[in-house]
Ligand binder design. Sequence first.
Ligand code: B12
Length: 808
Amino acid sequence: MGIREALKERRLFFDGGMGSLLQAKGLKPGELPETWNLLHPDIIVGIHLDYLKAGSDIVTTNTFGLNRFKYKKEQGYSVDEVAAAAVANAKRAVELAGHGFVALDLGPTGKLLEPYGTLGFEEACDVYKEVVRAGAAAGADLIIIETMGDCYELKAAVLAAKEECELPIFATVTLDEKGKMLTGGNVESVTALLEGLGVDVIGLNCGLGPVQLLPLIRKMVDVASVPVMVNPNAGLPRSEGGKTVYDIDSDQFAETMRVIAESGVSVLGGCCGTTPEHIAKMYAVCKDVPKPIVEKKERTVISSYSHAVEFGRKPVIIGERINPTGKPKFKQALKDHDMAYILNVGVAQQESRAEVLDVNVGLPGIDEPAMMVDVVKELQSILDLPLQIDTANVQAMEQAMRIYNGKPLINSVNGKRESMEAVFPLVKKYGGVVVALCLDEDGIPETADGRIAIARKIYDTAAEYGIDKKDILIDALCMAVSSDKNGALVTLETVKRVQEELGGKTVLGVSNVSFGLPMREHINAAFFMMALQNGLSAAIINPNSEAMMAVYDSFLVLTAQDENCGNYVGVYAEKEAAKKLVKEAEKKSESVKQQNEGTETQTESALKKSIIRGLAKAAKEAAGEALKNKEALTIINEEMIPALDEVGKGFESGTVFLPQLLMSAEAAKAAFAVMKESMEQDGVAQAKRGKVILATVKGDIHDIGKNIVKVLLENYSFDVIDLGRDVTPEKVVECAIEEKVPVVGLSALMTTTVPAMEETIRQLREKAPEVKIMVGGAVLTEDYAAAIGADAYCKDAMASVNFAIQCE
Ligand code: B12
């Protein structure tokens, strides 16, 4: 019986941890566990066998960290031979036990993907393909992709598995206690992505214990239409005497797993810290819990890297502005490859509360696939909104769907056979919700009956490709009322009937209706309200139009979809207050003075805003502007650091995610380069001063602050030796002795790296007692600096100069 049949029949059990068992058997720190497949096959077979005897149906190959970055032929072992040996070991155990399936294990590559890191998306796919090819050839029964913290990398792994073999795919991600992935995804967005990609079983593993995972897993069972699996750690880890211990025992583990089994989870197992004992106890208490029935949820969902957007609840606003039609400036931006312009159009729509952004870059004479890929990459690196890939060019569509970081909305397919044959296979492969236009070989029907018939035809054909009705949004099409007086009525009737007769969901490009008329916004707004009233699920509109958004907000209030009018009051009370302020300001006579102040604040906020938004080009430009009014150091202290502080606070409170943090850091660096140039120009040439070593301590990669300190010290003619970031205490000491340096400056930005700073100071005191040490970084305080033995705490870069001068 294959694993898919077994899954239909009964609950399945995975194995538990591998790494900790190997350590107990002598795996040394720094040694790669995967190599033991070749060096100690008997130990690996033994562990697999223990799990199979404990009740596991599936054993996971010892290949979690296997990839080309760690294994190269020239270093002794190739990816292929390790994968083949790992599968052979697992198969041997299955043979000895007389039952079981072998899951080829794929873990994170250990590298961040572009644009936040250096690993390209296609290269990530290739890295995984190597392992999949070898593992599948060696006879694995399924693929398990696990412990993923970044959904982009997860997508690369799933595509690699799909493109290299036909094996069933199980995929699990790791969430923190707030229910977020490292790069910000949550249960809903991961579910949308993985179901879209056609993964067989989805779930959660590692990171947390079963108790903490329980609420998150319940949420996943609520939204998923495929079986759910959970492999938790043996509770929460903590360090005790240099060893990792977990806070619950095997009995408590098993008991919580029983509750998880009863919550509708189909596949159970363990992760870090779990042993055959945990699995045996879990199996004993869970084996008789009836297997859950996995219900298909009729949810129409798309996602970005960070969140999901669902259709069919509150109407969804899709921003239409990233589209060259009728926009000469936008056309020019496309021709000039002016990404900053396009990004700004996106940012403005997000600020106007668009929930999805339409992306259309079709222009005669342009390489549309290349442009579409570039624009999608740029947008998804800065904005966290899901995108609607809007193109008639199938190649552009496929390339964009491939590199899109989530489950996209696709615009569009239509009732023509040719269109369906081109688009549906892409939707099946990459996942997505597709907009389906009510037209076919015979054109656009004049009646609602005709459009409904096309909608039915599209649903039926999609089903032949394995695409559910829920993943289709019917576009009833909206004709210009100036040329067809009944056009709007037919559209509205179609919208209503798709929902009532076909149980489907709808979308409309609303603005077409007013084509050829003056003051188009009046017609658009009125038609928008009528469409909403007829049950429209999503509207492609200009979210920057106050009239359109007023219709939307009012509609929510009037249809009881705005609890306590909270949304309405939130948006319009502020607007009303702002209007009053403007009026009052106009009355005042000191208009000239105010205008001046106004410009300055605008410039200030432009720099701050672009750093917060992560817009590097805009930050660079704003930095140049800001320098016209203020000195570099003042700008750094008053604008750049507060901007980064704001991002940091958001990160801490869970409203900002790592990708945004990285983009803000990049923007800050771009602005900082401008400041540096200005400071260098201002620098007064002086006689050379003494040497200063600067380093960010071991384990810490934050260096923006340290680099500012460096520029300022150099400005004051100090000879700075910059050891970079993540610097060991030994390296600092060695350099201090070798270069006979009187002052060392250390930077640490995290509570977790302050101990490394303390250790560096301790070693300096011991081996180079004459050196003066100054320290800085956001987490430090005067008291803390004194407590760890530093000579001086420098709250900013200027303080570092003053201290270095004092030491002369
Ligand atoms: C930008 C940033 C990043 C960037 C860093 C890019 C880079 N090249 O530096 C990236 C995105 C890579 C990053 C990664 C991470 N970050 Co970070 N990051 C920040 C952020 C938003 C701003 C830091 C900054 O540059 N500030 C601006 C500079 C100019 O200020 P500054 O460093 O304090 O420097 C001034 C003074 O302190 C002083 N000074 C600084 N150093 C020195 C040294 C000497 C010798 C002297 C004299 C003076 C001095 O002078 C400077 C100029 O005035 C902070 C939040 C914050 N507000 O601090 C979080 C923050 C530091 N990061 C945090 C975390 C958790 C992380 C990650 C672990 C996230 C993750 N899950 O992966 C990783 C860490 C990886 C690692 N091992 O280090 C946390 C730390 C929490 C804590 N209390 O320990 C913070 C506080 C955010 C938060 N609130 O949660 N981060």
